[in-house]
Design a protein around this ligand. Sequence first.
Ligand code: 5AD
Ligand code: SF4
Length: 455
Amino acid sequence: MKVFLRSFGCQMNKLDTNLVVNSFLQAGFKLTQVLAQADVVLVNTCSVRNHAEERVLSLLGLLKHIKKTNPELVVAVFGCMAQRLKEDLLSHEAVNIVCGPLQIPELVNLVNKAVGQKTKSTAVSEDIRHKSSQQQSQQLDDFEYSYDSAEDNLPAQAYVRVMRGCDKFCSYCVVPYVRGPEASRPPEKIIAQIKKLADAGIKQVTLLGQTVNSYHYEDFSFADLLYEVSKITDIEWIKFVTCYPKNFDERIFKAMIDLPKVCRYLHIPAQSGSDKILKAMNRGYTCDQYLRIIDKAREIVPDIAIAGDFIVGFPGETQEDFQKSVELIQKAQYKNCFIFKYSPRPGTRADDKLADDVPIEIKKQRNIELLAVQGKISAELNKSFIGRTVKVLVEGASGKSHLDNIDKKQHPQLIGRTSGDCIVVFDGPADLAGRFVDVNIKRASALTLFGRSTD
Ligand code: 5AD
Ligand code: SF4
């Protein structure tokens, strides 16, 4: 049986996709890149913005046509959109299986049952805000441990989930309704998993959670976890995403200073610079409180790289509110920012209570403007790297071109990242992928540093 796969969405989804794929491979399925050859199509879906759902629906439209000539094809839709739409998605002509993010360990069995039967089935959480049973958490943990792999990502890099779900209920966000309540994984399981990955050649782990700084297992905190992960021999870099700008435990910053393995990089979304909008977003902090956290971060870790997220065009966002986001970006001096146009999500408080009253043209304009403001800051910060030598974990061949092409005939261009998440392009042999290399920076753009290996 051949499986064709499409995955939409964030890092959390990519991790789920990898686990699912490995569970299918172990069960004897083979992967195919050719849709026409597939017996099974797996689609991991994202609901965070409407656009992501539209892309899934357009793929399902295509699959509906394919099924006319191949009625035996089994289509399984899983992830956030599956949990959000439940049976409604099952009524789509193309779909056989709808499986929520907390039910992915069941997916192989569901598909096996559907093969040759043309049946439809659903496995989703009926009450997603209900805390998972001990048995379900255990099943998810075992699934995670059994099916993660050192081969799934960039060479020598792995993602490890430290917590599931979210309890913050930002008024615009669908995550708490599709990934359920916040639940931290037991530290011993996380450590065992990272040890296993380290034995298989992993050098960098990225700890994943919607709000990693809220991680706590009994009285074991996220800072404690950083100290423990740091003890694992062969792991050289530890990164983590994403942080929530409230109740920030300063011991996390202290860990960055104490522990050379913990990368000095913080992704800490502000979402807006206007207190009025932050309140309407239910973020639970003011712009000043946010700035105080990043000031504290820089006081303890002077060379920390900070990245942010912003939403433009949230209901009620006036030009004045927007200007406050511009000012916050200028004050925060982010390394980079991810900027999103507000997208109303059914079932969220913002969608229930607030009209989506900022016209799309204004959202687009504000998006472009924030990107331009950030672009200038990124370009300036990147310029300060010129002449410095940075350590880079090499990802592989790059599409981008280098400072000059003297070596180009001999070597492909390589791309890698620094511990502070800067992208670096330089000449070198392909077998450096997965290795650490010192690169002297010669040139910089807003997005990329270009340099020459000093080895
Ligand atoms: N509309 C636009 N952006 C959103 N995000 C989350 N929900 C929405 C939404 N409804 C953004 C936030 C978050 C990032 C992952 O996606 O900025 O930090
Ligand atoms: Fe969504 Fe807010 Fe939770 Fe992030 S913290 S996942 S934006 S509800």
